[in-house]
Design a protein. Structure first.
Length: 139
């Protein structure tokens, strides 16, 4: 059990939200770069094609949102229950590293590294969920 009110688990939740925000910025600026400010400020009734860097940035954003929605609730439950420990801190640290590597590899189109990082992030999500399931009940 962690005695720190702000451990790696809390940092990883803040990181997950920050990465979604950063991914949205990268996707937006890629859209501006490829289509110009006039398109971005239009009603955008015609969706842009999802190829090239913009397509990868869009898929990175979508995946980071999905990942954060799988990871953050379980991490928050562990924090609120006061059931963080060395294993959850390791999962949190791994999650942060995996998502950074995943995002950069996706943006740079490095497929093998991206896939490995995605798997490491999913294992971290599963480890946190398992920790919630196995957390002793509060008396």
């Amino acid at each position: 059990m962690s005695t720190s009110p702000f451990g790696m688990e809390a940092a990883s939740v803040l990181f997950a939200g920050s990465l979604v925000w950063l991914s949205a910025l990268v996707q937006h600026f890629a859209n501006v770069w490829e289509r110009g400010a006039r398109y971005v400020m239009s009603d955008r009734s015609v969706a842009p094609p999802l190829h090239g860097f913009f397509g990868r940035a869009t898929r990175t954003l979508t995946n980071n949102i999905e990942s954060a929605l799988m990871y953050a609730p379980t991490a928050l439950v562990l924090i609120l229950l006061g059931r963080t420990n060395a294993a959850t801190a390791l999962a949190a640290t791994t999650y942060i590293g995996a998502r950074v590597v995943f995002s950069i590899a996706y943006w740079m189109n490095i497929r093998a590294i991206r896939s490995f990082a995605w798997l490491a992030g999913m294992i971290s999500c599963a480890a946190m969920a398992l920790s919630v399931i196995l957390a002793p009940t509060v008396r």
